[in-house]
Design a protein around this ligand. Structure first.
Ligand SMILES: [Zn+2]
Length: 257
């Protein structure tokens, strides 16, 4: 396929020539396409929470808005006046999180919104799966504690969200689940490396335990019953934060887990 600057062999998944901008990305092989993350194809320049609204025919991001302080902005910094359903959906969740009676939750969201790294949120309409967070650089660098941006993928509507991630016997809250993903994003942003990221996918994974604690912090603030299940297991009691205790800032992190 002719991408203009060079040709791409879709069967091999390789370019037939080096990237003309290769000197800008010395750490990557010059034959790789968007750092081997073609599904993401992000070009980090945003320094904010960025909501992806559209992609072009090559799957490159073509339309975004940024979230800051309860408002959406266009790339040129002007206020977003559109009514894209997903943009407004994400905005309502982030605004809700920033208004909760929990300083720590508010701090996580506002740190991401003013971060020097880019945190992307995109909606999916998959018939399976749910909400995921990936490091923008790589899982290895995240495990080494390299601060970086993130890529969140969530169901694109409330209906789909409930269908994919609702659990029997648990009052559903997409806001709490989005909070769970934002806690992952925050750890990537801060370069926290306690526990391994995105390798084990279980209730024993410390990063999942922290995300479930954060989720319950939100559930408590919303007046919902706590939910300690992750996958088909429960987060061990020793790894549960005392949610009834208010946590004022990130420096006030509980030491016990
Ligand atoms: Zn998680």
């Amino acid at each position: 396929m002719d991408y203009g600057a060079r040709w791409y062999d879709g069967a091999l998944g390789r370019w037939t020539a080096v990237d003309p901008s290769a000197e800008k990305y010395e750490s990557l092989t010059p034959y790789a396409y968007v750092g081997n993350m073609p599904v993401k194809a992000v070009d980090p320049d945003g320094r904010e929470i960025i909501i992806i609204l559209g992609r072009d025919e090559n799957e490159n991001i073509s339309k975004t808005v940024k979230y800051s302080n309860g408002k959406l902005y266009n790339n040129d910094g002007s206020l977003y006046a559109g009514n894209d359903r997903f943009a407004l959906y994400v905005k309502s969740h982030l605004t809700k999180l920033e208004s909760l009676e929990d300083n720590y939750v508010r701090e996580v969201v506002s740190s991401l919104a003013s971060s020097c790294y880019s945190h992307y949120i995109e909606g999916n309409d998959f018939e399976y799966g749910g909400a995921t967070t990936s490091p923008l650089k790589s899982a290895n660098s995240a495990n080494e504690g390299v601060p970086q941006g993130s890529f969140l993928n969530i169901p694109e509507t409330e209906e789909l969200f409930k269908q994919r991630l609702g659990k029997e016997g648990v009052e559903f809250s997409s806001t709490a689940i989005i909070g769970h993903e934002l806690q992952h994003a925050y750890e990537l942003d801060q370069g926290l490396k306690e526990g391994e990221y995105f390798i084990k996918n279980s209730a024993d994974d410390p990063s999942e335990q922290r995300a479930v604690n954060f989720e319950n912090r939100i559930r408590r603030a919303l007046g919902l019953k706590l939910d300690w299940s992750y996958g088909n297991k429960e987060i061990p009691k020793s790894a549960r934060e005392d949610i009834s205790k208010k946590r004022s800032t990130k420096d006030d992190a509980p030491k016990s887990y």
